[in-house]
Every structure is written in C-alpha cells, then in structure tokens.
Design a protein around this ligand. Structure first.
Ligand code: TYC
Length: 123
C-alpha cells in the first residue's frame, strides 16, 4: 500500500522541546516526517515446459501459440529449445496466472493423450 506523506504539526510533536530547529519554526509550520512506505512487489513464477519423446512437435507449437500468445516462429523456436535442452521457461507470471497456464496446458495435453508436462517455480 502506498502512503501519502504525513504532516505533523508543531502541536502534535511530542519532541517539540528538543529545539532541533533552534526555535525558528513558528506554531503554524509543518514538517514532513515520513515520505513513502516501502512497496512490496508480488512474487513472480516461471512457467516451464518439459521435453518428452512422444508429444508431437506441432502440438507443442500449437500450445505455445494458444496459451502463451506466441507467433508461430517464436513458438517453433521455443519448442526446439525445449526439444534440445530438455526444459525452457515459456513465461513469467503472477502466481494465479502461472497456475492457470499450467492447468490449461496439462488439461489440453491430457485431453489429446500426450504426455507433455508443464510446471511452475518461484523466480
Ligand atoms: N521431443 C518431442 C519430439 O521429438 C517434441 C517435444 C518438444 C515434446 C517440446 C515436448 O515440451 C516438448 N516429438
């Protein structure tokens, strides 16, 4: 949550007697005592596609186009990377989006009786 700077008037200030301003402030002046609370970025999750010996290459290309919004050329290149290296990151998302992508890919592969595996891990 982002906080706005809080203004503290002289009357609120319990440390008013420390005289750090040398007494130059009048009673109506204000000092910004706090700027901004630290914001936390939500954690991100990598979605990984795993190679296997049976899922057709065209099916994997289709999965990458359909669920990860890739062009045919991008999808083909990434499929080949998985085929050669065994695994590749196909996207980085919030937890909920990554979970949905994994479920969509696993369900689609299962319905077509391919052993394609898709997992996620915290970045
Ligand atoms: N290795 C598979 C084949 O030769 C193709 C493949 C690529 C399978 C990527 C899965 O994630 C994968 N038919």
């Amino acid at each position: 949550m982002t906080r706005l700077p809080r203004l503290m008037s002289d009357k609120d200030d319990k440390r008013d007697d420390d005289d750090r301003d040398g007494g130059r402030r009048g009673n109506d002046t204000s000092v910004i005592t706090r700027t901004r609370a630290k914001t936390q970025r939500p954690p991100l999750y990598k979605v990984l596609l795993l190679n296997d010996d049976y899922t057709p290459m065209e099916f994997v290309v289709h999965v990458l186009e359909r669920f990860f919004g890739m062009s045919h050329a991008q999808a083909f290149d990434l499929m080949l990377t998985v085929h050669k290296k065994g695994v590749a990151v196909v996207g980085v998302f919030s937890f909920e989006v990554a979970e949905t992508k994994v479920a969509q890919v696993m369900d689609f592969a299962r319905r077509h009786q391919h052993p394609l595996q898709c997992t996620m891990e915290k970045e």
